[in-house]
Each structure stands twice: as C-alpha cells, then as structure tokens.
Design a protein around this ligand. Structure first.
Ligand SMILES: [Zn+2]
Length: 307
C-alpha cells in the first residue's frame, strides 16, 4: 500500500502544480500591451503602384461571392451608390465575409483591401487583430477548409524585403470553391493564400509559435499585446502557375514598411495597462475606431427570427 501511494505522489505533485498555475493565472492581475486599445492603422490607398479597392461579400453561404465595390455601383434616383445586394443571388452584402462572421468573436477588427494594377492579378490583403480574446486569429488550415476551400500544398518561403531583412511567409496552395448551391454554377479557382503573424516584438509564420510566444509573454511577463494576422490571396494563373512568386517578390517590399510602422505605433502603447480576471473574454471590447469589425448576429437572434 505504501508503494502504491509512493507511485501516485509524482502525479499528485504535477496535478497540484497545474492547479496552482491555473489559479495563479486566473487571479485578477494587471497586463501590459493594451490588447483592447486603438489600432493606429488604415489600409494604404496605394502600395507600389497597386490601387486599393474595397471588397464586399455575399452573406449567402451557398453563394459567398466577393465583389469589388467599383463593380457594384448603381444609380438610384440619379445618385450613384454601392449596391447592397448580391448581383448573383440577391442576398445582403457585407464587408465581413460569412465565414468571418461565423468563426470570429464579436468586435474582431478587420482591415482589408484588394490591390489592383494593370496587367497583374489582383492581390487581396486582410489584416485581422486579436484582442483579449485569442480566438480572433484562426489557423487558416482549419477555417479555409470550413469555408469550402481545398488545400493542395503547404510550405514556408523567405522573401527579401530589403538588403538586410528577410520575411518568412507560410504559403498555402488552395482551390477556392464558390457557388456550391444547387441553382448555382460551381466555380473552382486555384489561388495562393499566404500569411504571417506579428505583434510589436515578434514575427512568425507559425501559429504554433504564436501560441508559444503568447503563453510565455502572458504567463511570465504579463505582456499581452495585440497580434496581427496578415493574409494575402492571389488568384493563380493556370498557364503561368508560378507567376504569384514574382508578384509577391515585387509587392511585399512595398507592403512591409506599413506593417513595420504599425508595429512601432502599437509598441508605443506597451505601458498602457489593463486589469483582467478569469472572465477576460468579456473584456473583448475594442476602444479604437475601426472601419470593419465582426458583429455576429448571434445564432439565438437568427433562431428567434425563424420562430
Ligand atoms: Zn450571392
């Protein structure tokens, strides 16, 4: 009996340590990094000769097409305005896609523009920010697939930003599948989806590394800044399937300085403190002005409408 008790002691010690760590992190405490503060950023109107266009999404998940605002101009009573209904199916259009509305927590700040240049495929740039709530940033390997895309290949690649700086991006070769409803024609679009993640101090193309950094910074330093998640989508030309490489080589050195500047500005908020307790998810407010954020018409409300 004594031997048995001896065996259980290490397990018990580990259990007590986990419990203590949990209680330690759950106590009300002060964190640094201002995760609910202002995001001093707006998408640039031009990046390296590419012009910015706003994008609107169809909220019907059987259709889910994306449209350029410039293609949605209509004239109502002699006044030009942007259509608010999908030209394909008539559902409502929104600056936040249906996948984002479903998956992201309320108040997730999203910045997005499509960048177009004569003779080049368009480049869609999206930056999503985490607050206190960590679910704001998802592994695309999960949410791309849940939105009906297929991942064909995945790897990391380095890009030269300038003579000294290299930036590693995660590259996903995907098939976007649109219009899967019965009355819609299904369209398969080969595309590149690529991303990296940053906070004022760190940069990585690995979601696992981000989780590790967050755990270390949060547990040992009480440092919990916002993380930004930059994703870039480029349609893939079937006759020239590697052209996106050269396009990103050209585009990233122009995009990157905007992100560097943003990281410096976020770092200036480092000493702004927030008091949190175990129910920190309730603190997922966003104090800054943001062009687009998720609103999550909750499923409860949707059900109520049906009743
Ligand atoms: Zn539609």
């Amino acid at each position: 009996m004594f031997a048995k008790a001896k065996k259980t002691i290490p397990g018990l010690i580990v259990f007590i340590m986990i419990l203590a760590a949990g209680l330690f992190l759950a106590r009300p405490r002060i964190i640094y990094g201002n995760p609910t503060g202002e995001i001093p950023f707006s998408m640039p109107d031009e990046i390296g000769g590419y012009k910015a266009v706003k994008i609107l999404f169809c909220l019907n998940d059987q259709c889910a097409y994306a449209f350029r605002e410039t293609d949605l101009m209509t004239t109502v009573d002699g006044e030009k305005k942007v259509a608010d209904e999908c030209p394909k199916c008539g559902a409502l259009l929104s600056p936040v896609s249906i996948g984002e509305e479903k998956l992201l927590p309320n108040n997730t700040p999203i910045f997005r523009r499509e960048y177009t240049k004569q003779g080049r495929p368009p480049i869609l740039v999206t930056i999503v920010f985490s607050g206190i709530e960590r679910r704001s940033i998802h592994r695309p390997q999960i949410c791309l697939v849940s939105q009906g895309n297929r991942i064909l290949n995945e790897y990391s690649r380095n890009f030269n930003i300038d003579k000294k700086k290299k930036l590693q991006l995660r590259i996903l070769e995907i098939h976007q599948i649109l219009g899967s409803g019965d009355d819609q024609e299904t369209v398969v679009l080969p595309a590149i989806y690529t991303y990296w993640l940053f906070n004022p101090e760190r940069e990585t193309d690995s979601h696992w590394k981000r989780f590790l950094y967050m755990a270390i910074d949060n547990s040992f330093r009480n440092y919990r800044p916002r993380w930004g998640y930059v994703s870039i989508s480029i349609p893939r030309n079937q006759t020239n399937p590697d052209a996106w490489n050269r396009q990103l080589d050209e585009f990233l050195p122009f995009l990157y300085p905007f992100i560097s500047e943003l990281r410096e500005k976020l770092d200036e908020q480092r000493n702004i403190t927030t008091v949190i307790d175990s129910s920190s998810a309730e603190l997922n407010i966003n104090q800054g002005e943001v062009e687009v954020k998720t609103q999550n018409p909750s499923s409860k409300d949707a059900n109520r409408k049906e009743l």
